[in-house]
Design a protein. Sequence first.
Lengths: 179, 219
Amino acid sequence: MNAERCEFLAGNSLIEVIPSISDSTIFLISGDIGPFEAGVPCKLPIWIAILMKRKHNCKLVAPKWMEVDELKKILTSETENQGLASLPDHFFEITHMLVRDATDDIFEVEAVKSLVQDIYDRRDAKLRTSAMAFLSQNSTCHAQLDCVQLLETSSARATLEACKQMGIVIRNKHESTPL
Amino acid sequence: MNIDDSAADDVDFEESITLEEVIRKMTMMWQNELCAPCLLPTQMGLVDILLDQIKGMEDNIGRQADKMQLRISLHRMELQRISFMTSDYMRCRLQKIESNPNDAIDQHQRRTQENQSELLSETELQFAREYANAEAELFEKTVLEFMPAALKKVSVPRPDHQDDMVYAKVLGEDIGNVAIPDWQDLNAEMVLEMEKSSCHLIPFQSVKHYVEEGTVQLL
């Protein structure tokens, strides 16, 4: 898993759009979409929404949690609580896609960007500390990480794998060094 | 473009399965395969359905050339997404097979004997055999030929997935208790209650069964 694949998966989540065209139902393999009526909001998978946006066929409606006030709330709860706060699925991927492809549909883009970056950094720091704590003990092989996101586990996996390899190397060294 | 009828007719899935469901399942299996340390049972059934659909839809689009711009580009983009997903799934599996073809074949046979779902599809099995043979031949020609008899045999490394950790999210309602090895006492096991939609960093071996069942999703 890597960040690009995470974004691909996030593309399947739904988002609200306001179409500027009218069209009948389109029968896609992954489900029917439409019918579209200009000006009437409807829900679409993000990848479709972005494709239509590029063709100037619709406007995206940023999800409620992407408003600056909501993000501020998330950031505070992320700061105050020890554990990870519960975020909507694919939080970072969706923000990344929308900020990149639908800049003009998001209110206060710059503020959103920096808030999401702050949230990411907070969570990253927490995961880092807990990973250190986890790796430096040998009494349990289990850790509960509620609300961890796919993107975060994907980036942490490399470290974990590296530590495992390191462990093997060290064990080999101990076994092959004469006492 | 009626799609639903042609779906899943020759495959041993429940007949009522919709294409939407197939894609959802494929996405999940793809994610699991990418996150798992070893091969998971094959999902060639799903891949075949999707390949069929891609072909059908491509023909359809070919016939409808340039009638409605948006419609066609949406269909085309969807095809690309689906084929990316299936190819990436296969790519990931082939990489795992290539890393140790002999072990993959052995595991496959062990599972067949135990009447579990198949690890490799027929084509994958064939690929694994051919790859293993080619590799053996290469070793023979380049190195082993010149070795003393005692060193001529190459043993198959047995990867130990005992300690491999995975991130797992609980999807099912009633998983209940999962046994995990206790590192303080190597003969003991600890029992862990896994609640719905909780996430865990946990040894793969403990959740393997649930991943195959589909009640746990790897992250």
